[in-house]
Write a protein that binds this ligand. Structure first.
Ligand SMILES: [Zn+2]
Length: 186
């Protein structure tokens, strides 16, 4: 039986708050690649904060939306807008103090990060091609909730009460969005 090991948690891993996504050095390579398989983790702390702020502002949204490329974390289907919530470490937020490269196995990490970033860029571009307007909200941007609220409002525009629930149910039809491209129905 493993007694809960006295893990001398390396202090550099202890970011400001233990975030589910921020667990670099401790994992075995296997656990790590399982963990990072698709990086997508629902219900990370930054995500929960964003959802809470959105609720407070009166927006309705969907989670892990498969109808747009890259399965955005949060989707506003009638507005045709999507949010990718990115952990600063895994997605290497440029210039962010949370985005250090671990000291051990640097080339492994660097390759991993490069792939993540390439995929992020590709998802973003594909969203645009399919008529979705994407933004990234970084983990560190969720610390200041009023700034976050302003950013979300600027991105989404005013909430509208147009026959409340029904619009969301017929998602995608809500807004007469003219789009010629075949859109991924899925
Ligand atoms: Zn950051």
């Amino acid at each position: 039986m493993h007694e809960a090991p006295q893990q001398t948690a390396s202090p550099r891993i202890l970011l400001t708050e233990p975030c589910e996504e921020a667990m670099p050095d401790k994992l075995t390579p296997e656990a790590r690649s399982a963990h990072m398989g698709r990086i997508k983790r629902a219900n990370t702390k930054p995500e929960l904060i964003i959802r809470k702020v959105l609720h407070g502002l009166g927006y309705r949204f969907r989670l892990q939306w498969k109808g747009a490329p890259g399965r955005p974390d949060i989707a506003f289907t009638s507005r045709r807008k999507v949010i990718f919530v990115h952990g600063c470490f895994w997605h290497q937020h440029e210039g962010c103090r949370l985005a250090h490269v671990p000291e051990t196995r640097r080339s492994f990490w660097q390759a991993k990060f490069d792939r993540n970033r390439a995929r992020d860029a590709r998802d973003f571009a594909r969203c645009r091609e399919e008529g979705w307007e994407p933004i990234i909200i970084w983990e560190c941007e969720t610390k200041d909730r009023s700034a976050l609220a302003r950013r979300l409002q600027a991105f989404l525009g005013a909430t509208k009460f147009r026959g409340p629930v029904i619009l969301d149910l017929v998602s995608g039809l809500g807004r007469g969005h003219d789009r010629n491209q075949p859109n991924g129905v899925g």
